[in-house]
Write a protein that binds this ligand. Structure first.
Ligand code: 5GP
Ligand code: ZN
Length: 150
């Protein structure tokens, strides 16, 4: 870790939870990730999956750790579905960056069980985008894929 990352980690609540130095209701842990209940759940059962090692966002997370976080998120969603909490659906959400609603700057996946009438809405005003613009958007992303080292 760089000096900046080390000092960020020292002040980070999710690093403290991963190190068991802060209180949390842990659901699952292994050498790479910890999953625990969100303190302010959107719905009962809302949990977070975090890598033990401090990383702010997608750009900071190595491929293997990322794959494991998403895989454990899948396992947690399946466990919620099979649990006595009797949810009827699941949203898996990642907030990467302040503009995307990230408030805790240690990477985490939200696994949010959904219940009929739970009142949570995601409101977006969409309109169909012209094909030429969709094609140029696709090209910009393809260019980035081609130049991205993994
Ligand atoms: P974000 O908006 O960054 O994607 O979500 C951060 C989440 O972390 C929020 O849902 C918030 O309730 C949760 N959170 C913030 N502080 C704590 C804490 O100290 N303990 C736990 N368990 N969750 C927290
Ligand atoms: Zn951290």
């Amino acid at each position: 870790m760089t000096q900046d990352t080390t000092s960020a980690a020292q002040k980070c609540i999710f690093c403290a939870i991963a190190a068991r130095q802060a209180e949390a209701s842990v659901v699952y842990e292994d050498e790479t990730v910890v999953a625990f209940m969100d303190l302010n759940p959107v719905t009962p059962g809302h949990l977070l999956v975090v890598p033990r090692r401090h990383a702010v966002g997608l750009e900071d997370l190595d491929r293997a750790t990322s794959a494991h976080v998403w895989s454990v998120g899948h396992d947690m969603a399946r466990a919620l579905r099979r649990s006595s909490m009797a949810c009827e659906g699941i949203n898996v959400m990642l907030c990467d960056g302040e503009v995307a609603f990230q408030t805790v700057f240690h990477f985490h996946l939200h696994v949010v069980p959904r219940y009929a009438g739970d009142g949570w809405t995601l409101k977006a005003e969409t309109q169909e985008r012209e094909r030429a613009l969709l094609d140029s958007d696709a090209q910009a992303i393809k260019d980035a894929i081609a130049s991205t080292s993994r």
